[in-house]
Design a protein around this ligand. Sequence first.
Ligand code: PSU
Ligand code: MN
Length: 310
Amino acid sequence: MRQGIEASLLSLSAEIADALAAGQAVVALESTIITHGMPYPENVETARAVEAVVRQNGAVPATIALIGGRIGVGLATDELDRLGQAKGVVKASARDLSAVLVARNDAGTTVAATMAIAALAGIEVFATGGIGGVHRGAEATFDISADLIELARTPVAVVCAGCKSILDIGKTLEFLETQGVPVIGYGTDEFPAFFARSSGHRIDHRFDSPVELARVIRMERRLGSESGILIANPIPETDGLDPVEMEAHIAAAVAEAERAGIGQKAVTPYLLARVRELTGGQSLAANVALIRNNAALAARVASELVRMPS
Ligand code: PSU
Ligand code: MN
């Protein structure tokens, strides 16, 4: 099991520190989506909008990133701008944290890194767009996101709209099963496919209310489990894209990435940017909609959780 990050390395905003001390609901938000997932200025606008959605739903947003050698939990406005505009900002997964902190670089944190930091700060619920997963062709490339490993060992519930559809959804679900990560559908019996509501892959557990999701999180801890929990929340009906059309664009982008020899952590940003171009920006609009939707659910779950006896 991971050793907890030393608490003195955390730089909590006053608002987050107060909220946690007072036992208020807090929702962690990642920042790779800002630095590598979306272009400027949509990235910063979306980050702000998502924070507002968390507040509207009764929780305090804690956007997490590495800022000049410290771990920021709850970013100031200028820090968010700096991250969103700077070129060449690092994408930090959990394994990159030490090197990036020593080098005093700015970095966006992936789901894996954000989970690790949220757990140390005592934040139990985290909203993102889509998690990383097993890439298509992983049997040849071995490309499996560290997000899945972190989910297996860090006690944070992650609300997502599925894994990015650029991935192999079936293999991602198999990997999560092997790693013992609970996967819960919110209002769905199927694992959602990020841009589309359905993937054809069934999941075993479904709940239709935030309070039941909060009960699952509590029950997991009462059982002594330190595992993450994946809450799968489909994109809203009106924002979903046509899965067949998306599939064609994704397949094209994946083939291009292969031909261009893109590897390691560059793969995901490359594919997201290509799919955005190929869909004429449609994928970006859907991405924004699903993140807002996830932020709202995460805030409602976090609110239920703080009302619940531990
Ligand atoms: N989903 C998106 N945009 C993103 C990501 C996910 O719609 O930018 C990011 C998340 O931060 C996720 C990371 O943790 O991609 C996974 O990267 P990799 O596959 O290299 O582990
Ligand atoms: Mn990868």
